[in-house]
Design a protein around this ligand. Structure first.
Ligand code: DAH
Length: 370
């Protein structure tokens, strides 16, 4: 017969004891009858469920129903009973014990499953290191889309439509854009420079930003080219920024990246969006600037002792004209910009001779950077 909680009329110590004993006996019998996990669950629910479980019923019927003078005694009894019942319920287990022990046996002497931990790709790692150098100087990180419009990639960077300077960047255009006005046509950004304009549209001066990201050009892959590669752009705009600030900042950054003994050297160059423009060279960190490795010629610097690392210059006033309304009046602000290729720097840093290793996804190569 299944146990039901009786109503108590007699609250004498003897009657309470009898009721408690009957309850414990019933619970013990039911605990012994548990055979499976399902039994165990319904047994637990029947006794312990907060809503209408037997313990709850006892609380309601015996304790709340007790006359005033018996409340104390009844309270103590019920508490004892609760402890005992809880022990019985917790101690109950499904009879399947022996079987499940056998089936769940684990041979701890077997070798474990090795889960390879992911690692930063060498290019991402190099990119992060470069970004960190500028973050320490107070620069923040900005990003922009890889599929870009003609306006941001070229026009607003002072490459007018049909200007021959556009030919310096073999651009991959998105097909089927002919019906749109030229400035809205989509392409894969050829450099990270468009994010200069995008950020200046969003943030008023002063700004100091670095922009890491992927870029694309129509270059067939070989040991030193890839149709997809990585750049880091930099831009600082404020009042009274001079070429001296550009030189000081980049000289510091190169020393932080390649070691305090490297020297920097600026050569005049041309970019439509900077005036004047320069290319920055550092003393070759492979041969230390001598152009030789022992008796052999140093290949990475082509025996010159110098390695070109980036393009830079003072932001051309024509560029500011496109964001003049957001506080970039070229008569009031000035700035410098720079852009570097991360892949080539990673190649030099790790002493590799083929850029393609980075993109082939061979784990044996990639795990060396973990
Ligand atoms: N965007 C140029 C390129 O991809 C690199 C560059 C040169 C960026 C000069 C700059 C800069 O910001 O000032 O060739």
């Amino acid at each position: 017969m299944t146990y039901t909680v009786p109503k108590l009329t007699d609250y004498s110590a003897a009657a309470l004891e009898k009721a408690a004993d009957e309850c414990i006996a019933a619970c013990t019998t039911e605990a012994e009858a548990v055979r499976s996990d399902a039994d165990l669950k319904s047994f637990r629910d029947r006794w312990m469920a907060r809503k209408n479980g037997i313990l709850t019923q006892i609380n309601d019927l015996w304790l709340k129903g007790a006359p005033k003078e018996a409340k104390r005694e009844a309270g103590m009894r019920v508490n004892e009973l609760k402890t005992r019942i809880t022990e019985l319920v917790e101690g109950a287990h499904s009879g399947a014990g022996a079987d499940s022990l056998a089936s769940e046996f684990v041979d701890i002497s077997l070798p474990g499953i090795r889960r390879p931990i992911g690692a930063e790709h060498a290019i991402v790692k190099t990119s992060n290191e470069i970004v960190a150098v500028f973050q320490k100087l107070g620069y923040s990180v900005a990003e922009g889309p890889v599929v870009e419009t003609d306006y941001y990639n070229f026009e607003s960077l002072n490459f007018p439509p049909n200007h021959p300077a556009r030919d310096t960047q073999d651009t991959l255009f998105i097909a089927g854009q002919q019906s749109k006005p030229q400035r809205e046509r989509l392409l894969l950004r050829t450099h990270t420079s468009p994010v200069q304009i995008r950020t200046m549209e969003q943030m008023r001066p002063p700004i100091r930003i670095v922009i890491p990201g992927t870029v694309h050009r129509n270059d067939p892959p070989d040991a030193s080219h890839s149709p997809m590669f990585h750049q880091i752009e930099g831009l600082a705009v404020d009042t009274n920024i001079t070429f001296g600030d550009l030189k000081g900042t980049l000289d510091h950054a190169m020393k932080a990246l390649f070691g305090s003994s490297v020297k920097t050297h600026f050569r005049p160059s041309f970019f439509p969006f900077t005036e004047p423009s320069a290319e920055l060279y550092v003393t070759c960190f492979i041969c230390g600037g001598s152009g030789k490795r022992g008796a052999d010629p140093c290949r990475p610097c082509k025996q010159t002792g110098w390695i070109e690392v980036l393009g830079c210059g003072m932001v051309d006033p024509n560029v500011f004209e496109f964001v003049k309304d957001n506080g970039y009046d070229p008569k009031k602000v000035s700035g410098f910009a720079f852009g570097m290729g991360v892949d080539r720097l990673a190649l030099l840093k790790y002493g590799l001779d083929d850029l393609q290793y980075f993109f082939q996804g061979d784990v044996r190569f990639l795990e060396q950077f973990g």
